[in-house]
Design a protein. Sequence first.
Length: 65
Amino acid sequence: MPWCEACQREVDDSELDEEGGCPTCGTVLTGPHRVPWHFRVLVVATAIYLLYRLVQGLMWLAHHI
Ligand SMILES: [Zn+2]
């Protein structure tokens, strides 16, 4: 089910209007380039974590050479 950011709720597919918009506020929720916000958060969090581990690994190397 698509998530409407403006209404802070999930909108059932059957509730969407003809353009794939939210029935309450009209924000278009379906489209070819729509990425769920929680997926973007996950990607950013993973990137930060990997960067942190990389820095940690470099610090370890610096102390063991
Ligand atoms: Zn809405």
